[in-house]
Design a protein around this ligand. Structure first.
Ligand code: BJW
Length: 257
């Protein structure tokens, strides 16, 4: 049991999960923090201490200084290949098998949910291991390359490519947005795990879910704009809270069988 969230709050959420027909989960960078992937708020470490990640994740950064933007994304690609999914990712993957219907929407681009065993993950902000051309829409798997290598250019348009992620000011792919909104309107419990709930339209999914009657649960180490309105707030690291929730759900199932 985690020493942070109240055990009564964990039991209450487990109870809601046990009764749910459809559980939807929205995750953010905090879920990968315990694997060693810095969050956006914490990302100004070491080599990158001088840079604001929120400014690097923009089309303007790629226009102004593509080399620096690419060096940052290549550094992150390398980092992510060197880390492993943590107990939070694994508990989310296991939760999918404990409820009748399950949807996982992640803002993360690191592929760690899939490596933990989650299937059909909706990648709201795309995937770090693709390159895309903003000019002709060509997408291709990322070539392994190093810090300092020239930014990749599209073989069709000749333009500098960007990683296959959704940068600030870019549109969320239509199908991804529709699938996520559909899950938010249909679920009975909406878990919001390890996200600052600042970045839209992802942050708006909790409002949609609430509007359609879902129980909203926030799992986060810190307060966020969602904390005030969530039905339950489980304060603590997702690598502790998610396994504790899963255990409580199993106990609940044992009692009701
Ligand atoms: C833990 C933990 C542990 C730590 N356990 N927890 C409405 C109002 C105002 C502005 C807008 C609006 N609608 C749209 C906008 C503009 C903008 C926006 O939202 N700006 C805000 C900053 C205000 N949105 C956009 O630009 C979006 N596009 C758009 O709206 O397009 C419209 C359009 C229409 C038609 C034509 C064209 C356009 C796109 C947003 C794309 C965001 N992209 C990024 C980069 C992705 C690629 C990459 O990874 O590099 O996505 S930015 C960055 O933020 C990344 C993340 O996915 C996203 C969210 O961050 P996240 O995951 O919440 O991380 P952090 O670091 O912020 O928080 C971590 C949390 O974890 C913290 O709360 C910690 O406490 C917690 N934590 N350890 C549990 N162990």
């Amino acid at each position: 049991m985690t020493g942070t969230a109240e055990s009564s709050a964990i039991e209450a959420v487990a109870h809601a999960l046990a009764a749910a027909r459809h559980v939807a989960v929205l995750t953010g960078a905090g879920v990968s923090a315990e694997s060693g992937v810095p969050t956006f708020r914490d990302a100004q470490t070491g080599l990158w201490a001088r840079y604001d990640p929120m400014k690097l994740a923009t089309p303007e950064a790629f226009l102004r200084d593509p080399q620096t933007a690419w060096d940052w994304y290549r550094w992150r690609r390398r980092l992510v290949t060197e880390v492993k999914p943590n107990a939070g990712h694994k508990a989310i993957a296991a939760l999918a098998d404990r409820v009748p219907r399950f949807t996982l929407v992640t803002q993360n681009v690191d592929g760690l949910h899939q490596r933990a065993g989650s299937a059909d993950v909706i990648e709201f902000h795309g995937n770090l291991f693709e390159d895309k051309c903003a000019s002709c829409d060509l997408r291709e798997p990322a070539e392994p390359s190093d810090h300092g290598d020239a930014p990749p250019r599209c073989e069709s348009s000749g333009e500098v490519m960007t990683p296959g992620v959704v940068l600030f000011g870019e549109e969320i792919p239509k199908r991804v947005l529709e699938q996520s909104q559909l899950a938010a309107t249909d679920c009975d419990v909406f878990l919001v795990v390890g996200t600052s709930s600042w970045v839209y339209p992802a942050a708006g999914l909790a409002d949609t879910a609430r509007g359609f009657g879902a129980t909203i649960v926030e799992i986060n180490t810190e307060a966020t704009p969602l904390s005030e309105t969530a039905d339950h707030v489980l304060r603590g690291p997702s690598g502790e809270i998610m396994p504790a929730l899963l255990d409580a759900l199993e106990r609940n199932a044992g009692v009701t069988q």
